[in-house]
Ligand binder design. Structure first.
Ligand code: ZN
Length: 337
């Protein structure tokens, strides 16, 4: 990898009907203008964004709403889906828009079936629930694209053990369900799974804006500071159709120009995967942890494990792989890894 141009993959999470309809085409336009590749991960079932309002009861969420103007970004109508208004089925309503993204040469994958449902419940739901939700997502994705997804990027970086195993069983090429520093094979139970993880390696804009009084421009500057020295293992940046595709589009354009100036090639995640030998990747635990600027627990790349070929067991490698993310020793939810 030495000497090769560093890659920065753009992972676009699409959560809502409005994001699919308005944010996605605007992003496609902006990305083509900047000759950037990207991976679009779609929510293909009902838009129940309004039900996320129950998160108002959670600590930290109100602060985030105040910081990032959630109602402004998402629109009042979207906030009523699944509560006062029935949730529209995104895959059935926007199949043409989704296929147009693929036809324009971008990589496509599965974000969720029902974003709010997955994000709020998967951490505590049993295997059967998890497999059913994933199957619904695969089916609805197949209805849109006529093929199975090759990548899944979990809503809100929420996962459980079954979900990681199901990705492998479904023959996905890779998952991008975690926050971390570099590609790895996730360890669930005692085994490292073959389906690799390409974690998001940078903070999202909404995690930066408003924190420590950071303005929009300040958030972009902070991100460009973080990418000044390119890691040999490349970067994955997650953006949202509802944010960077709409009100934050000018900040995204600043970032795209900045990253190109820093020497990055802006690509879809599969471009990073193409340069990897998945079987040779280090195995890491996946665990619940926190990320600055985001409330609640999410799935992070934990400590590295190295296989002992002789007895087939695993031992813990020395050193911490995760300086940026704090792992939570006693998670609120059951620890299953
Ligand atoms: Zn999402």
């Amino acid at each position: 990898m030495k000497g090769a141009q560093p890659l920065l993959a753009l992972k676009v999470d699409v959560d809502t009907l409005r994001g699919t309809r308005e944010g996605v085409p605007a992003l496609v336009h902006a990305l083509r203008h900047h000759r950037a590749g990207a991976t679009f991960l779609f929510s293909v079932g009902p838009d129940h964004t309004g039900r996320a309002l129950r998160r108002l009861l959670r600590p930290g969420f109100l602060r985030k709403v105040a910081r990032t103007s959630v109602p402004l970004h998402y629109g009042l109508r979207t906030l009523l889906y699944g509560t006062l208004l029935p949730g529209p089925h995104i895959g059935r309503t926007c199949a043409a828009q989704m296929r147009a993204v693929q036809a324009a040469g971008f990589e496509v994958g599965l974000h969720s079936y029902d974003h709010v449902r997955w994000q709020d419940f998967v951490a505590t739901r049993p295997a059967e629930w998890t497999r059913r939700e994933l199957r619904r997502g695969f089916d609805a994705f197949g209805d849109v694209f006529g093929q199975a997804p090759q990548v899944h990027g979990a809503a809100g970086w929420q996962m459980n053990a079954t979900a990681f195993e199901a990705e492998e069983a479904a023959g996905l090429r890779y998952g991008s369900d975690t926050r971390g520093t570099h590609p790895f094979r996730p360890v669930v139970g005692k085994a490292a799974l073959a389906c690799p993880q390409l974690p998001t390696t940078l903070p999202t804009l909404d995690e930066l804006i408003g924190v420590d009084g950071l303005s929009l421009a300040g958030a972009a500057t902070r991100l460009l500071e973080l990418t000044r020295i390119a890691p040999a293992t490349h970067h994955v940046f997650t953006l949202h159709a509802e944010l960077e595709g709409m009100r934050l589009r000018s900040v995204l354009e600043t970032l795209l120009v900045g990253w190109r100036t820093q020497g990055y090639r802006l690509v879809a995640m599969r471009a990073i995967l193409d340069g990897l030998e998945p079987a040779a990747l280090t195995a890491h635990r996946v665990e619940l942890g926190t990320v600055p600027g985001r409330s609640g627990l999410l799935m992070i790349q934990g400590e590295a494990l190295t296989a002992e070929p002789r007895d087939g067991g695993v031992r813990i490698a020395s050193g911490r792989a995760q300086p940026k993310y704090r792992s939570r020793r006693k998670p609120r939810v059951r620890r299953i890894y």
